[in-house]
Design a protein around this ligand. Sequence first.
Ligand code: ZN
Length: 217
Amino acid sequence: MAVAMDEGRLRARMAEVMKAMDARGLNRGTSGNLSARCGEAMLVTPSGVPPERLTGDQMVLVQPDGSTAAGALKPSSEWRMHQQILNRRPDANAVVHCHSRHATILACAGREIPSMHYMVAVGGGSSVPVAPYATFGSAELAEAVVEALDGRAAALMANHGQIVVARNLDAGLAIAEEIEEQAAIYWGTLAIGGPKLLSEDEMNVILTRFRSYGQKA
Ligand SMILES: [Zn+2]
């Protein structure tokens, strides 16, 4: 695992990644959120602060027991989901969540992204599954998302959006952007009769290749 960034740099990078999500059209308003592992605790974006006004010092350090420092902003309403994912995924250090348009269209239709393009494999599987719906901010949603991810890097969240887990914030941003692109492509294919799928064998070749790229990087 790469050397962890110190807390100050991590905070600053979180603000930059939130702005980048906005600039790349992955997010609208205050709906997206991020977290990053920080020792035993996690840093999470605050609730209700628009990305253009976000600064590193506004990120909320949430302890394993859910407590925050006196005077800290309120963490994102999805903090439990972030915490549960980081707890259950020791391979990951960052979680990216957004309501990007095409991923959310598919999530609202309850459609997973099938193996219709080799880049679907950036999600860590031959498809990008849909986690069942549960109320935002609930422990049930956290559990549903962890189960749907099942070792993968990305999942859609029914009637909600998309979620990505990654080794760091930048990788998470890149994966979320690619999942949105794949969702848009799949959505487009549905207008012309649906995609022609790649075989499970071919997807396994791609997944193996992506894993070895990851090790070199
Ligand atoms: Zn959300």
